[in-house]
Design a protein around this ligand. Structure first.
Ligand code: IMP
Ligand code: MG
Length: 181
């Protein structure tokens, strides 16, 4: 347990660096198998997906293009605003491309479903999703997620790209944050 402010503390490690690296390699190999013979565009959702995306693509043996979006859906707290806004759109032409969206975490599913529809609307041939973490108990929108690293419970997570008010993204493991009593 580590105190990080007068309000929050970091709890024990939930998922280790080794577990994440092993799972990323496994998913990278699955993507290679599933998309055999096709070119893939990975669209990372900044900033949270950056570590996970880097880890997964090391094990992808396909022609790949990297692109990024910046989406804002949360304020600087652990509470959702419920609003999805595109701060930076993709740079590549999505028409006829096979796109894999890479997310840090799917919580309510609002961000993912919004981005998925946005990319599909640009004429992509297919759009699938690869997320480091999924919180199924919090989903408000029904959707398929093709590649899930790990399933977590209803706690607030930081590390491996995930932040609390822009901090702790650099932690090389996944941990939860709780309010101090
Ligand atoms: P959704 O639209 O509710 O699915 O929220 C997705 C976005 O909220 C993610 O891309 C994260 O940036 C953020 N988010 C949701 N849950 C957490 C969490 O436990 N820790 C850090 N960020 C989170
Ligand atoms: Mg975030």
């Amino acid at each position: 347990m580590r105190e990080i402010s007068d309000k929050y503390q970091l709890d024990d490690v939930i998922i280790t660096r080794e577990q994440i690296e092993d799972r990323a390699a496994e998913i990278g190999r699955n993507i290679t198998r599933d998309y055999e013979g096709r070119e893939v565009v990975f669209v990372g959702v900044l900033r949270g997906a950056v570590m996970w995306l880097s880890e997964v693509i090391k094990s992808v043996d396909l022609d790949t293009t990297l692109d990024f979006m910046v989406v804002s859906s949360y304020g600087d707290s652990t509470k959702t605003s419920g609003v999805v806004r595109i701060v930076k759109d993709v740079a590549e032409d999505m028409k006829g491309r096979h796109v894999i969206l890479v997310e840090d975490i799917v919580d309510t599913g609002r961000t993912l479903s919004y981005i998925k529809a946005h990319i599909a609307g640009k004429g992509a041939a297919s759009v699938s999703t690869c997320t480091l973490l999924d919180k199924p108990s919090r989903h408000e929108i029904n959707m398929d997620i093709e590649y899930v690293g790990f399933t977590v419970g209803d706690e607030f997570i930081v590390g491996y790209g995930l932040d609390l008010a822009q901090r702790y993204r650099n932690l090389p493991y996944i941990t939860s944050v709780s309010a101090k009593d």
